[in-house]
Design a protein around this ligand. Structure first.
Ligand code: APR
Length: 243
């Protein structure tokens, strides 16, 4: 049982594992995306400079899959939306995922630190815009009219994650930090638990299919599928508040 007051700020970090049971691949599991594609080729500014059409093809395929009929939020996404609705304190979900499954489930207090697959931006005028179609080098920016300047609105390795100011503020304010479905390999997200603990106030909990490499940094680690662990954790929090 988690012992926190009902006005506690809860910060939730999510990774690819929360969307696995919705039909989207993780990155570093045996059947993960990086077992089939080299991240240097498709997820770095250098890879995009070398072969932009290849990078576009990679994100086009992922975008098509995300908006296909079979992909929908699972009970873990729904439980986090329910927590945001029913918890009296502040909830912030920081996701490393570029899918839109948290939004589709109803989460609103959401930060996409690695960008969004259903947005693109122009490298010259820098404005993100909604985008659901395929993208290629022939596309012209609707604002500045340059061709070949549009790119996926995602953060590649070597680039600065988005909204770090708001994230730092939530890391220092929270009384409960929960990490869900992330292997803890990619910084800065992998360092959030240590940062939270350096403030000395929050309980820290990992919910993951298996103990991650950094599991020892958390006060508590629970293992199992997100679709079971997350609804159970949300029930536990909301019922202890009723009590
Ligand atoms: N429920 C809970 N956890 C799961 C499930 C599940 N059903 N399935 C897999 N997992 C766990 C795996 O055990 C693993 O620890 O989810 C984690 C996924 O780890 P990664 O594939 O490394 O994904 P993530 O941590 O989100 O990657 C971080 O790396 O390449 C980048 O930009 C990409 O945002 C991504 C970042």
């Amino acid at each position: 049982m988690i012992g926190i007051a009902s006005n506690t700020t809860i910060l939730i970090l999510t990774g690819a594992g929360i969307s696995k049971e919705s039909g989207l691949d993780t990155f570093r599991d045996r059947d993960g995306i990086w077992s089939r594609v080299s991240l240097e080729d498709v997820a770095t500014p250098e890879g995009f400079r070398r072969d932009p059409e290849r990078v576009h093809a990679f994100y086009n395929a992922r975008r098509r899959s995300l908006i296909s009929d079979g992909i929908a939020p699972n009970p873990a996404h729904a439980a986090l939306a329910r927590l945001e609705r029913d918890w009296p304190g502040r909830i912030v979900v920081v996701t490393q995922n570029i899918d839109d499954l948290h939004e589709r489930a109803g989460s609103r207090a959401l930060i996409h630190m690695h960008g969004e697959l259903l947005k693109i931006r122009c490298r010259h005028c820098n404005r993100p815009r909604e985008w659901r179609a395929d993208l290629d080098c022939a596309h012209v920016c609707p604002d500045c009219r340059r061709a070949g300047s549009l790119r996926p609105h995602v953060v590649w390795f070597g680039e600065m994650p988005l909204e770090m100011g708001r994230i730092s503020e939530a890391l220092s304010e929270c009384g409960l930090f929960v990490s869900i479905g992330t292997s803890g390999h990619v910084y800065p997200a992998a360092g959030f638990v240590a940062e939270v603990r350096s403030h000395g106030r929050a309980h820290t909990l990992e919910l993951n299919l298996e103990r991650s490499e950094g599991a020892g940094l958390f006060h508590e680690s629970r293992t199992g599928p997100a679709s079971e662990l997350v609804p159970a954790f949300v029930d536990e929090l909301l019922h202890r508040q009723d009590a």
